[in-house]
Design a protein around this ligand. Structure first.
Ligand SMILES: [Zn+2]
Length: 318
């Protein structure tokens, strides 16, 4: 599932499209970086585990720690560059990170790449919006920022599958209430549902939140070809969703827009959606072949209504 071919297929496609440009090599995140979101005891446990498992799907080998810290470093670097240059950046990383919480990993995740990046920006006094379009709920990101009013965490996900968290009614805790937004789609939700969620929740909430950086946890596992979930976004649907999100970041925060790869397990879908997103950074449209629209009517409108009900006390929602 979560394997090196995922990144190979992305890089091959970007090269074929002439989009593998301005590439920077990452440096590993430091222990101080990791401590922004992870407990030291967890980091030490993971570093010293050798051979083992964080959960049955999340194996650890002696070099896993180094690779995971490199992924965190890449996301961190992409975010700092986007903020410095007022320009979008993408961190093509694996392993993914959004299931890793303060003191746990799981679901192919060890360290929270996007979480560390957002916490790093928040430590500089910047307001950060994390938009998690992976098909799974980012329970790790949610747990890290549930109590924080400075980091907005908004997730669209298939509800009821792994990790089981993310109902509409979970709005965060304490002074972070309202800053955790869950849109719990049922199986079959795709293009029309995601675009409706964007228009009715993502844009109005992010606009009112006024972020200084927007970070997207981009999983391509909501694609209709993905083997792990039963959501149904098409490649053009993904690119449209990301295009609208990028325009929002351009309008609200000087193009400080960061995309970090999370899941996505169908190699062709993964490669063409990422090529479409990177192409858009360059003002180019890429030919997308996985373009069946399986949700034209918006079967996720009920989930969107539930989220609006939960969040009307906090945001101006129609
Ligand atoms: Zn996922």
């Amino acid at each position: 599932m979560e394997r090196p071919d995922r990144l190979r297929s992305i890089v091959d496609r970007l090269k074929r499209e002439g989009l593998f440009t301005d590439v920077q090599k990452a440096t590993p995140a430091s222990s101080a970086d990791l401590r922004r979101v992870h407990h030291e005891t967890y980091v030490d446990y993971f570093r010293n585990l050798g051979e083992g498992f964080l959960d049955p799907e999340t194996a650890v080998h002696p070099n896993t720690f180094d690779i995971a810290t490199l992924a965190v470093g890449a996301a961190l670097q992409a975010t700092r560059v986007a903020v410095r240059d007022n320009a979008p950046a993408i961190a093509l990383v694996r392993p993914p990170g959004h299931h890793a919480g303060p003191d746990y990993g799981g679901g192919f995740c060890y360290l929270n790449n996007v979480g560390v990046s957002a916490a790093d920006q928040a430590s500089e006094g910047r307001r950060v919006a994390i938009l998690d379009y992976d098909a799974h709920h980012g329970n790790g990101s949610r747990d890290i920022f549930a109590g924080s009013p400075d980091v907005l965490y908004l997730s669209t996900h298939q509800y009821g599958i792994f990790p089981g968290t993310g109902p509409a009614e979970d709005v965060g805790t304490g002074e972070g209430q309202g800053f955790t937004v869950n849109i719990p789609f049922g199986s079959g939700c795709g293009d029309a549902s995601y675009l409706a969620a964007y228009d009715q929740l993502v844009e109005p909430i992010v606009e009112e939140f006024r972020p200084e950086v927007v970070v997207v946890s981009l999983g391509i596992d909501a694609h209709y070809r993905d083997p792990l979930t039963s959501l149904s976004l098409s490649s053009p649907g993904y690119v449209e969703l990301m295009g609208r999100t990028a325009s929002l970041a351009k309008r609200l925060c000087h193009d400080r827009f960061v995309v970090a790869l999370e899941g996505g397990y169908h190699l062709e879908a993964l490669a063409e959606v990422i090529a479409g997103v990177v192409g858009r950074f360059h003002g180019r449209s890429i030919e997308l072949s996985l373009s069946d629209v399986l949700d034209a009517d918006g079967r996720g409108l009920g989930a969107i209504e539930a989220t609006k009900r939960a969040h009307r006390p906090f945001w101006n929602l129609r």
